[in-house]
Design a protein around this ligand. Structure first.
Ligand code: B12
Ligand code: SF4
Ligand code: SF4
Length: 382
């Protein structure tokens, strides 16, 4: 068996759903596109994506000296939603983040594969997943693992956007696969489905400043007030552009470790999340991708979701959150109280809590949020 065949065999044994091979040449078009996105501000505050990171991420030989081939690997994660329990307001976690952290899943598998390439096949090998410096989607498109959809997702035949990617660069010269000749055609479903218009009207370009996924996972700042009502119940990531995609939608296969252990992992009850302190947050989401949001960022997201789907029953938990140690949480709790009171009445309790907090709040930004929430309540339903 040749080296390529052996790698295919090993990746199958490791439980990957797809494997394809790309030559390790510079990704010129993707580099220009990513640098232009950064220049235009479309990468928002992804501080680590500097121009230098982009240059390296589009040059496999900078990732591994002498790289000739990049092996692209994918696992699928499209487990159907578990039944959503009735009762108190619940949030929604993106499918990829409901089970075990896929980064950990990939890391152990990739490490073993890279070792096999070194020890058995005699090539140098270096692996990465997600945050490592390699742009995975354009590489996967070059390898014919899928094509770049209007949502900017890589769509794999039979799986659609429901594939997560990892890569191993190697000095072995392996026969590359060819890019697919597929496109989205006249479909525009993801563009229409995106609640914040984050995808450009013609597709293929995403503005992270508008993307729910960016704000709920990567951003450590306040969520812009004008966007909050569009976030619905998303508290970590967003799948709206994936859910709307017809490609691979009938295939509900999922790597077993990515399937949610229960409805609380897909749709966590919101009010109780507000009680998590740092230690309890780490414990609750041990081994889960949700940790990336940080405790304060995650509770910020929970407040926004409560503002959108919460009821008068959630006013006590939000009132408690008005006294949280993190200004980020206090400010968003204030917004949520204003929204719940506007939608459901119960003005007395929410307005009373906000007024009481205004009396002691020292942080200027939180005071502004409280005043805006009080103004919302005063303006009445609408
Ligand atoms: C930063 C990042 C984000 C950012 C920005 C995403 C974006 N679209 O720019 C945020 C936080 C918003 C994000 C969100 C999500 N992400 Co993300 N993200 C990344 C990361 C770390 C880098 C991507 C990046 O550099 N973006 C900048 C843009 C400019 O580059 P790009 O999209 O990679 O590639 C585009 C350009 O290169 C251009 N291009 C390529 N060749 C050429 C040639 C020419 C001539 C031109 C003009 C353009 C061009 O087209 C490509 C696709 O549009 C990658 C992992 C990695 N290391 O690659 C994961 C990754 C892209 N994310 C992933 C996932 C799963 C998601 C979410 C679905 C998570 C969720 N459920 O909430 C959402 C989906 C949002 C969306 N519609 O893209 C997966 C995607 C898998 C797939 N099937 O595509 C990746 C690959 C992680 C992984 N290891 O699996 N993500
Ligand atoms: S992840 Fe959500 S907010 Fe971001 S582009 Fe897709 S649908 Fe829009
Ligand atoms: S929803 Fe339609 S336009 Fe968007 S990525 Fe899927 S096929 Fe392409």
């Amino acid at each position: 068996m040749d080296a390529r065949g052996r790698i295919e065999e090993l990746t199958g044994e490791a439980g990957f759903d797809l494997v394809r091979f790309a030559d390790a040449g510079t990704l010129e078009g993707a580099r220009e596109a990513a640098l232009a996105a950064r220049e235009a501000g479309r990468l928002a505050d992804l501080h680590w994506m500097t121009d230098e990171w982009i240059e390296r991420a589009t040059e496999p030989a900078a990732f591994l000296a002498g790289a000739k081939t990049v092996v692209l690997l994918a696992i699928t994660g499209h487990a159907p939603d578990p039944e959503r329990p009735a009762g108190r307001a619940r949030g929604r976690v993106a499918r990829y983040a409901r089970g075990r952290d896929y980064h950990r899943l990939f890391e152990s598998k990739l490490r073993r594969l890279a070792r096999a390439i070194r020890e058995e096949l005699g090539g140098e090998a270096r692996a990465t997943v997600d945050y490592g410096p390699l742009l995975e989607r354009p590489l996967a498109a070059r390898a014919g693992l899928g094509w770049l959809g209007k949502s900017t997702m890589l769509l794999a035949p039979g799986f659609g956007p429901w594939v997560l990617l990892g890569a191993i660069a190697t000095t072995l010269e392996l026969a590359p696969d060819v890019p697919l000749r597929k496109t989205c055609g006249s479909c525009t479903r993801c563009i229409v489905a995106c609640p914040t218009d984050a995808i450009a009207p013609d597709g293929g370009v995403l503005d992270s400043r508008l993307c729910i996924s960016y704000h709920t996972i990567e951003s450590r700042e306040a969520i812009p007030r004008e966007l909050r009502a569009k976030f619905g119940d998303w508290i970590f990531g967003c799948d709206d552009c994936l859910d709307s995609c017809p490609v691979g939608s009938a295939n509900e296969a999922s790597h077993p470790d990515l399937a949610p252990p229960g409805p609380d992992d897909a749709f966590p009850p919101l009010a109780e999340l507000l009680a998590l302190d740092e230690a309890a947050f780490r414990e609750r989401f041990r081994g889960r991708a949700v940790q990336r949001a940080t405790r304060d960022g995650f509770l910020r997201n929970v407040c926004v979701a409560l503002g959108n789907v919460g009821t008068a029953e959630d006013v006590p938990a939000l009132t408690e959150a008005l006294g949280d140690g993190a200004a980020l949480v206090r400010g968003h709790a204030a917004w949520a109280l204003g929204e719940i009171a506007r939608r459901h009445g119960g003005e007395g309790a929410a307005a009373g809590a906000l007024a009481a907090r205004l009396g002691v709040e020292e942080e200027a930004w939180v005071r502004e949020e409280i005043e805006a929430a009080l103004a919302t309540i005063e303006a009445g339903p609408g």
